[in-house]
Ligand binder design. Sequence first.
Ligand code: MN
Length: 246
Amino acid sequence: MIVDMHCHLDLYPNPFEVAKQCQQKGIYVLSVTTTPKAWLGTLRLAEGSPRIRTALGLHPQLAHLRYQELDLFDEILPQARYVGEIGLDGGREYKEHLPVQLRVLRHILKSVDHAGGRIMSIHSLASAGMVLSELEKYPDAGVKVLHWFTGNKSELERAVNMGCWFSVGPAMLNSKRGSETTLGIPKDRLLPETDAPFALNKGKALMPWDAGIVTGQLAKLWNMSIQDVEAQLYENFKTLLHSNSN
Ligand code: MN
């Protein structure tokens, strides 16, 4: 079984073809969106593919351009079972927009909290501590999955203690620092992702089914057999899906 917990299916040049191949390969995909306006079109990619689940998002890198879409976010939320990509980005290009990013994230977490909680895929680049402080204020907003976590050791510990989950991809595991971070994640709180088509593996855009690469990478890192890693990831996936009432 292959699970891709964070993939931008709608951003492939040929999204219907990629979605069809996901369906044929039987993989599970959390198809995240970057703006509420992308929801309907992205939802269409999942038609007839029950293993592709669409998440409602507003990407922090777009928050300053798309904050007007928060009304649309709230309108769609009752029918969305998953939320993402949301979060903060404190990187060089986006930190000047942190105030509006914070307003957007707080609005979203409050809405999700009121809606009874969702499984959420969360971006926290160069802002891990800030993101955790926001998530802490909304304990009932559901299940927090930190995607491609790049925080330091103490931030990682804090996230683990808060009950966060983590999605980890081939690109993260190809780096020394990403591998070290992954070693600090409890084995039962981790799921594979690709962050495709943005993230690369050996210079090539990843495909959703490349989330399967993570199994081999984890087997090396954890010094476990491929079979045991697969069993662990399968258990994790089941647990995650049952950990939110919605
Ligand atoms: Mn992403």
